[in-house]
Design a protein around this ligand. Structure first.
Ligand code: ATP
Ligand code: MG
Length: 461
């Protein structure tokens, strides 16, 4: 438990040379002895940025996830710096830097392969000299946020109290929004009026559940309350930004918890409308998604590679199966039905979440290989092992079985086949010829949901 002396510092010296709003910050200043962040845990490059900006006469602090995570004893993903220097002024201090972004201009300061993101304090839009610097849409959505201000204004424009803690060159943490209290009480608390803040930027709803899941925090009541009602506002967010957010939601090590919160607050339904329609607590879709996310979490813990393609393939699999059945009803043979369904399912999903082609192509391949994995005779199994995406397809097959799809031992067969020597493999092939003669339908599922009943005739091509 953190224990610090609360010291109100009013009229703290504002070193800002360029801050437009001269409002004196009122913050609780927490010295190192009380906040307990060990300096050696802070990125040396981030400290360097603070010092160089300070030496150039500007005010600069580390803010956001870096401070928050260190206070919680976690290893921060990155360190962001906020300053009263404008992007152009920051550029002048650091030779290896560049200004990026339009909606939100920031400076990337490069140190070899390391990069520190530097943002200028954001201010109230009423400060704007030029309206276009802080455009607001009728719905309350912020189209641009390039109005600069004081550190205090910057603090209240951040999303959650625990993200508005500022670590300065003096080693003190400045708390303008009771962030320390909420760190202690382990809760995500929106700064200001939650509904207004969600309307300004609906992605904050996703950030709320992501942070709650990652930190194992609760969502403060008024922060949680409007989410389910406002979730449809995410429709206004570009599908590219939502793809980036989806990756953060599901590939940061707490995907199962995140999924549960997303379902609870109606966010999953907005991002994945197709899969959400088939989702019931405990049913096959639910099991499959949870299993895929649990595997992702485990892989991340073990420093193994994870890809959005595999995850998206899993989330969309039940929809794909349903669409494939429709296409078969219309008379297409199974493999063509699968391909047609894949096009349709991906086409609908990317309207919401802009999954790039480099991931949708592997998704399609993983799905198509589910069919190929059932066709093992006449040298096909040997060829299959050499397929560049065999491993992903095999893992996907095991995942389906884990989630309760009855593949009649197909996963085990492939496990054995990979481990077998040449002689054993021949034997396995002979056994197949004896018991089957034909490849098997790959869509049978526990619970007899297959329209052909539990003993379908084999497919013929
Ligand atoms: P992570 O551990 O994922 O990096 P983070 O809180 O640092 O978490 P970033 O996306 O790196 O998240 O953002 C840095 C900081 O910028 C946040 O802590 C928050 O103060 C502010 N911020 C980011 N996104 C928003 C937003 N949509 N609205 C308001 N403030 C935001
Ligand atoms: Mg961050």
């Amino acid at each position: 438990m953190l224990d610090w002396i609360k010291r109100r510092v009013s009229g703290a010296k504002n070193q800002a040379r360029t801050a437009r709003s001269a409002k004196k910050p009122t913050a609780e200043v927490i010295p190192p002895a009380q906040h307990g962040i060990p300096e050696q845990k802070i990125s040396g490059n981030a400290l360097r940025v603070l010092e160089r900006l300070h030496d150039a006469g500007y005010d600069a602090h580390i803010v956001g996830g870096g401070v928050r995570d260190l206070l919680l004893g976690l290893r921060p993903k990155d360190f962001d710096v906020a300053t009263n220097a404008t992007p152009e002024q920051v550029r002048q201090v650091f030779r290896h830097s560049r200004i990026i972004g339009r909606r939100f201009r920031i400076v990337h300061v490069m140190f070899g392969r390391d990069m520190i993101e530097v943002t200028t304090f954001r201010g109230h839009h009423s400060n704007a000299e030029d309206e276009s610097q802080g455009e607001v849409h009728d719905s309350g959505l912020l189209l641009r946020d390039n109005v600069y201000g004081s550190i205090e204004e910057d603090a209240v424009r951040r999303d959650f109290t625990v993200n508005a803690l500022y670590y300065g060159v003096d080693g003190n943490v400045r708390d303008f929004c009771h962030g320390m209290r909420d760190i202690q009480q382990r809760r995500i608390h929106m700064i200001g009026d939650p509904e207004t803040r969600y309307r300004e930027d609906p992605v904050r709803m996703l950030r709320a559940v992501r942070l709650a899941a990652k930190l194992d925090f609760t969502l403060e009541k008024s922060t949680a309350a409007p989410i389910a009602r406002l979730a449809p506002l995410l429709d206004d967010i570009s599908n590219a930004r939502l793809f980036d957010e989806m990756v953060k939601l599901f590939m940061a090590g707490s995907a199962v918890k995140t999924f549960e919160l997303m379902v609870q607050h109606q966010l999953f339904q907005v991002l994945f409308p197709g899969p959400a329609r088939l989702l019931q607590p405990g049913n096959f879709s639910d099991q499959l998604i949870r299993q895929a996310l649990a595997n992702t979490d485990t892989r991340i813990r073990n420093d193994q590679r994870v890809t959005p393609a595999f995850l998206c393939a899993a989330i969309l699999w039940p929809v794909l199966q349903q669409q494939q059945q429709h296409a078969e009803h219309e008379g297409l043979p199974p493999y063509q039905a699968l391909q047609k369904a894949a096009q349709k399912v991906i086409g609908e999903q990317v309207r919401r979440i802009g999954i790039p082609k480099r991931f949708t192509l592997p998704m399609q391949e993983i799905w198509e290989l589910q069919w190929q994995l059932t066709r093992r005779q006449g040298g096909r199994a040997e060829k299959m092992l050499e397929h560049p995406r065999f491993r992903a397809a095999y893992d996907f097959l095991l995942l389906r079985e884990q989630a309760g799809e009855d593949m009649q031992g197909l996963g085990q067969w492939w496990t054995d086949y990979q481990a077998a020597d040449a002689e054993k493999r021949e034997q396995m092939q002979r056994d197949l010829n004896r018991t089957e003669g034909q490849p098997r339908n790959n869509r049978r599922r526990r619970g007899g949901r297959n329209r052909r009943g539990s003993h379908p005739p084999p497919h013929q091509h």
